[in-house]
Write a protein that binds this ligand. Structure first.
Ligand code: ATP
Ligand code: MG
Length: 179
C-alpha cells in the first residue's frame, strides 16, 4: 500500500556492505531453488521499524539518531532461519551484546518521542528471500562485517519493487577515522 505523500515509511537498520551483499547473494542463489529473492542492494538488518511517520518528524529523528552512543562490533551471520510466512533469513547465532544494546537504545529513544515499536522481541535477521523454503540440511558459511554505522531508511515502493533510500547515517563509536 502506498503511504500518504506527507508520511514516510521509515526504519533504522544496519546496511550490508556491497562486497558482503554480493557474496551473500551468490551463496543464496546456489542454495534456494524457489522464492522471491531480495535484491542484494536491499540486504539489511532492521534495528527498529517505525512504519508510517509524518515527514515533519524527520529532523527530530535525525537528532535522536545523532545522540545515540554505541560501539561498533563485528556482525557474524552464521545461522539460517525461516520466519513468518516463508521468509528465509540469515541471522547471528549469538547476537553480540552491542547489537542488542543498539536496538534497545534506539527503541528507548523512539519511545521517549512517543514512537512505539512492535512488541515482539527483537530478532536480528537479514532476509534473503520471501515465499521461499529453507532447504533441509543447509548451513551457511559465516558472513561477517564490521558494523560501523547505522542508517535511517525510507522504504519506497517502485515499479521494480520495494527500494530503501538512505536518509541519514551515523557512525558507531570506534568507527571514526583515527586522528
Ligand atoms: P514489502 O513489505 O514491500 O514487501 P519490505 O518488507 O522489505 O518490503 P518494509 O515493509 O518497508 O519493506 O520493511 C522494511 C524493513 O522493516 C524490513 O526489514 C521488514 O522486515 C521490517 N519490518 C516491516 N514491518 C515490521 C514490523 N511490523 N515490525 C518489525 N519490523 C518490520
Ligand atoms: Mg514488509
Amino acid at each position: 500500500m502506498q503511504a500518504h505523500a506527507d508520511t514516510l515509511r521509515l526504519f533504522f537498520a544496519l546496511p550490508c556492505p556491497p562486497e558482503q551483499a554480493a557474496a551473500i547473494a551468490q551463496w543464496r542463489d546456489g542454495q534456494l531453488p524457489s522464492g522471491r529473492k531480495v535484491v542484494p542492494e536491499n540486504f539489511h538488518l532492521t534495528l527498529a521499524f517505525l512504519g508510517a511517520q509524518p515527514a515533519t518528524r524527520l529532523e527530530a529523528l535525525k537528532h535522536l539518531a545523532a545522540a545515540i552512543e554505541a560501539p561498533s562490533f563485528e556482525l557474524k551471520l552464521d545461522g539460517l532461519i525461516a520466519l513468518g510466512k516463508g521468509f528465509v533469513c540469515l541471522r547471528p547465532q549469538s547476537p553480540p551484546a552491542a547489537l542488542l544494546q543498539l536496538a534497545t537504545s534506539l527503541g528507548q529513544a523512539l519511545g521517549a518521542q512517543g514512537i512505539v515499536l512492535d512488541s515482539r522481541p527483537f530478532l536480528p535477521h537479514l532476509t534473503l528471500a520471501r515465499q521461499a523454503e529453507l532447504p533441509p540440511h543447509c548451513t551457511p558459511p559465516t558472513f561477517s562485517w564490521a558494523a560501523d554505522r547505522f542508517v535511517l531508511y525510507l522504504s519506497e515502493n517502485t515499479r521494480d519493487g520495494v527500494r530503501y533510500r538512505e536518509l541519514g547515517s551515523w557512525p558507531l563509536a570506534g568507527a571514526e577515522a583515527a586522528g
